[in-house]
Design a protein around this ligand. Sequence first.
Ligand code: DHK
Length: 149
Amino acid sequence: MPKTIYVLNGPNLDLLGTREPKIYGRDKLADVEKLCRETAKRHGLALEFRQSNHEGEIIDWIHEAIAKKAAGLIINPAGHTSTSIAILDALLVMKAPVIEVHITNIHAREQFRRHSYISQAARAVICGMGVQGYALAITGLAKMTGVKV
Ligand code: DHK
C-alpha cells in the first residue's frame, strides 16, 4: 500500500489562473493538481488533493488526514495564513510532517501577509517559488517519510 499525503488549498485558490495573474501566475488549480499527481507518483506516494473556501472544511480534512494516518500534509492556507488559530490547532495534532506552501513570496508583499500562524506547525515553509513550490514540498515530504526519491 503506498503512503498517502494530503495537499490542501485554502480560499480563492480555486480561481488560480484568472485571479491576479501578474501575482499568482497563469496556472490553474487543475494544473497544480496535475503537477502534484505527477510528482507524488514519481515518489510512490498516493495523493489526496483538495481545495476549500471554508475554514471548517479544511479543519475536517486535517482531522481526516490524522485519522487515516497520512504520511504528511502540504497546506497552502491562503487567506487563513495570518488569521487561523483553528487551522494551526488542528495541524498541531498531526504527528506526520506538515509543509506550508505559498505561491508568492509573502515576505515581499503587504505587511499583513507576512505573519503566519500556520508556520508554528510546519516542518518547512516554501514561498515564492510559484506553483513549483508544491512539487518541491512533495519531494521534501518524500525524503522526510523515507520513500524512494
Ligand atoms: C495565497 C493567498 O490566497 C494569499 O491570501 C496569501 C498565498 C498568499 C500564496 O502566495 O499562495 O497571502
